[in-house]
Write a protein that binds this ligand. Structure first.
Ligand code: GLN
Length: 293
């Protein structure tokens, strides 16, 4: 294959066939996104450049991206970015790719928090910082403390915070919330505690799709040996760190609403409400100490 023979249109056509052969969904979109990324142009601009030949360097770059996609590497890691709550987020394999499901949690906190003055929110297991940063962006009067155990994740989260101009109100630090003394580092209590903890149970883990299993951080996905391990830890921490009239918002997985409600109940919290995601699946629980938060 000589590079001078490859023009955009043919290259797209060939890669679409290749992706289809390997059962990659949305073959055309995949090919166009990778080519647009290679040429650093908008995807729509590809259509205006259909006859443009690729040079040697561009062709090598593009082929490498296609190869990565053929190993099931998620598009977001290859492009190094994604969108969450209509904001740009940088992602690497050090962080979970933010999911649209998690927007259900963020939207609910935004609705609940819209009124009132300055509030403090704790984000447990911030990963890419998607929850912390989008809350700070849409709620200009709040402050967020966001923790994660992974230094690599915190570097990405901090970059996302800068990119979205929220550095004055989001404070990241490294901490392991499963440790005994986790709660002792905080001087004050929080109005809200939010988290999308690892919640895939052991017996479901191996059935995750290849792209997730091979490329996303297992630490961010997998529940502990005991089912609901991380919810136990969050509930224990919330019992000490949440203000009397505060609320906890946690994302939950398939069929977890009842067991997670029980975990929080055993730490003195009562169930307030449940929200489903856009697919109609039970996705977020809100709990607090009082009848109405
Ligand atoms: N808070 C991040 C998210 O919602 C990371 C979650 C995680 O790593 N479990 O995507």
């Amino acid at each position: 294959m000589k590079s001078k023979h490859w023009r955009l249109a043919e290259l797209i056509k060939t890669s679409v066939e290749l992706f289809k052969k390997h059962q990659i969904e949305n073959a055309r979109l995949n090919a166009e996104l990778l080519l647009a990324h290679t040429l650093q142009m908008d995807r729509v601009r590809l259509y205006l450049n259909y006859d443009r030949p690729l040079n040697e360097v561009e062709l090598t770059t593009y082929r490498n991206l296609v190869r990565r996609r053929l190993t099931d590497e998620p598009m977001q890691y290859i492009l190094g970015k994604t969108e969450f709550m209509s904001l740009p987020f940088k992602v690497t394999p050090a962080v979970l790719i933010p999911r649209p499901d998690t927007e259900t949690l963020v939207e609910w906190v935004i609705e609940t928090c819209r009124t009132g003055g300055k509030k403090w929110i704790l984000d447990i297991g911030t990963g890419s910082g998607n929850i912390a940063v989008s809350l700070a962006h849409y709620l200009p009067f709040i402050h967020v403390v966001a923790i994660d155990v992974s230094p690599a994740a915190l570097r990405i989260a901090a970059a996302n915070c800068r990119e979205n101009n929220c550095t004055a109100r989001v404070h990241f630090f490294r901490s392991n919330f499963t440790h005994e003394n986790f709660v002792n580092v905080f001087q004050a209590k929080f109005d809200y505690i939010v988290s999308n903890p690892p919640y895939i149970p052991e017996h479901e883990f191996e059935f995750l799709s290849g792209g997730i299993l091979k490329h996303e951080p297992h630490l961010a996905l997998r529940d502990g040996e005991q089912n609901g391990y991380y919810y136990q830890k969050i509930a224990g921490a919330a019992a000490r760190l949440l203000k009397e009239d505060g609320a906890v918002f946690v994302e939950i997985g398939h069929k977890q609403a009842d067991p997670v409600k029980e975990i929080f109940a055993s730490h003195g919290f009562r169930f307030i409400d449940l929200r489903r995601d856009l697919a109609g699946i039970e996705r977020v629980l809100q709990v607090g100490r009082n009848d109405r938060v």
